[in-house]
Design a protein around this ligand. Structure first.
Ligand code: XMP
Length: 523
């Protein structure tokens, strides 16, 4: 399959570049900006994109592409920091600009240059000027002798550049941002006309390719998949059952006591419908809750939950007689990135997604015994894969649910009583969203039980009760998020439904933070 490789230098928009190229029907892969061009990376690679960065190209220690990558002869589209680094590297000058260009900015071509050579191919079909989307504090002051300036912004900054000898281009603006007029046209011209990539990226093609690779890798050996009840592990389960002999696929569902209301029954029902032959549910509520007793720190809770998963799982493989089985999990692209495993050696750990960072997984990963069939997919692509695999809409359309479950939605220490209160409130919230036709318009919604109690009245008496926060967000892939704009009436009625029906809750608040700076979950 043809692909475009994106070298990531830490820009907030790198993910978006990857998605846009896939939307064009071409596979894209985001790798650390410093990655060397090994044969796995170059296989099928038709072009390279250099991303933006929070760094300045002139700053000491700022990230840089490996020079061998530039020596591959592949076409390059360098965006923002990418083009600043490239021009500086060839003798150009980049400086901090006095006024930061941010937001919509008109870009106009310099016609003499635009009419000639490869730049004309990159810009084919575009009007003489258009509204771009800028986000930069540094500018190219002089591009150096190797580069032509093909377009400038309304404030006179070089905005489109073309290399004189090689198929290399630079954009100071961000074509991947939806507010950038003709951004997709430029990306399409680069991908198809300059790189000559062919469309091959579709869920059907991905499924076929991954299934073949999986069969080659696994042979007849057993594979164990941990099922959490969320969309990802269910799709991963369906993928394994479709790609392998169902007799070699073991599905293990661990009831941690931190699951949502009626989750256990639902999960078991869905999995047996998939044709699973070895399906085991383990009731580990008591083990999880006792390990978590009195623990309030979020990262400690995450680690305890992660370790306990490993323990329950280790016991299970011994009991099932498959101690050396491959371990499969429904890790997504975004899970790897947030856990600091995805891109760039300057990537940071935002939260330890336990399926990525647990010691057992690390060890198994090092031995090449971990299978993560979804690790190059975004959430919406996982849903598309689920549909191709024939999963019903009520499963693929479910909101994401984190591995540590309610454990990261109960602030402070966790008790069974709190889990039950939260389960009740959450199921009312979700049922209200469905009743109002809002569930499918929201990317993820849930309740959070706060660690404070507050004063209220019940009848004529003073009551001292729990507070829940409602969280409902819109997002493309969980990397960024906006709070959902409810009609006030919906919020008031949902609040009343919860406080009327869950005796222990006296107050409901709505979380209106976006991500960043907040994250979607509270812990
Ligand atoms: P945050 O809270 O990091 O969440 O903004 C982004 C998305 O990831 C989910 N999430 C997790 N999923 N294991 C998972 O499988 C985890 O440890 C984990 N933590 C957060 C979260 O629900 C949201 O959809």
């Amino acid at each position: 399959m043809d692909k475009i490789v994106i070298l990531d230098f830490g820009s907030q928009y790198t993910q978006l570049i990857g998605r846009r190229i896939r939307e064009l029907g071409v596979y894209s892969e985001i790798v650390p900006g410093e990655r060397k061009p090994d044969s796995a990376l170059l296989e099928g690679c038709k072009g390279i994109v250099l991303s933006g960065s929070p760094y300045s190209a002139w700053q000491e220690g700022s990230p840089a592409p490996d020079l061998a990558m530039l020596g591959t002869g592949l076409p390059i589209l360098a965006i923002c920091y990418g083009i600043q680094w490239l021009t500086m590297h060839a003798g150009g000058v980049v400086e901090r600009c006095e006024t930061r260009e941010y937001g919509s900015m008109r870009v106009r071509f310099l016609p003499a240059v635009q009419d000639s050579g490869r730049a004309a191919t990159l810009l084919e079909g575009l009007p003489d000027s258009f509204l771009s989307w800028m986000s930069h504090g540094d500018s190219i002051v002089r591009p150096g002798e190797e580069w032509d300036v093909v377009g400038i912004s309304e404030s006179g900054v070089p905005a489109i550049l073309a290399h004189r000898a090689r198929p290399w281009f630079g954009l100071q603006f961000h074509p991947e941002v939806s507010h950038c007029e003709h951004g997709m046209d430029i990306l399409a011209n680069f991908v198809f006309r300059i790189c000559g990539a062919e469309r091959g990226w579709s869920m059907e093609a991905y499924l076929e390719q991954e299934a073949r690779l999986l069969r080659e890798r696994v042979g007849k050996e057993p594979v164990l998949l941990l099922i959490s009840g969320g969309v990802d592990s269910t799709v991963a389960g369906a993928f394994l059952l479709k790609s392998l002999d169902p007799d070699q696929v073991y599905l293990l569902y661990i009831d941690t006591g931190l699951m949502r209301k009626a989750e256990n029954e639902e999960v078991m029902h869905n999995l047996s419908r998939l044709g699973a032959r070895h399906l085991e549910a383990v009731d580990a509520e008591a083990q999880f809750l006792s390990a978590l007793k009195g623990v309030a720190d979020p990262e400690t809770k995450r680690h305890i939950i992660g370790d306990m998963f490993v323990k329950v799982q280790q016991d299970a493989v011994v009991r099932l007689g498959i101690p050396d089985a491959f371990l499969a999990q429904g890790t997504l692209y975004t899970d790897l990135i947030e856990s600091g495993k995805g891109v760039g050696n300057k990537a940071q750990v935002i939260k330890s997604h336990h399926n990525v960072r647990s010691p057992l997984i690390e060890k198994k990963r090092a031995e090449g015994r971990v299978i993560e069939p979804l690790d190059r997919l975004y959430k919406d692509e996982v849903r598309a894969l689920g549909r191709v695999l024939g999963l019903p809409e009520e499963i693929v359309g479910r909101h994401p649910f984190p591995g540590p479950g309610l454990g990261v939605r109960i602030l402070g220490d966790i008790t069974k009583e709190k889990c039950d209160i939260l389960r009740e409130a959450d199921s009312i919230f979700i049922a209200e969203l469905r009743k109002r036709g809002l569930y499918d318009r929201i990317w993820q919604a849930f309740c959070v039980l706060l660690s404070v109690r507050s004063v209220g009245v019940a009848g004529d008496e003073r009551a001292y009760k729990y507070v829940v926060a409602l969280r409902a967000i819109q997002s493309e892939d969980g990397m960024t998020a906006q709070p959902f704009a409810f009609e006030p009436k919906d919020l008031f009625e949902i609040s009343a439904a919860i406080t009327n029906r869950v005796q222990q809750i006296g107050r409901v608040v709505y979380d209106i933070s976006s991500k960043p700076p907040a994250t979607i979950e509270w812990e």
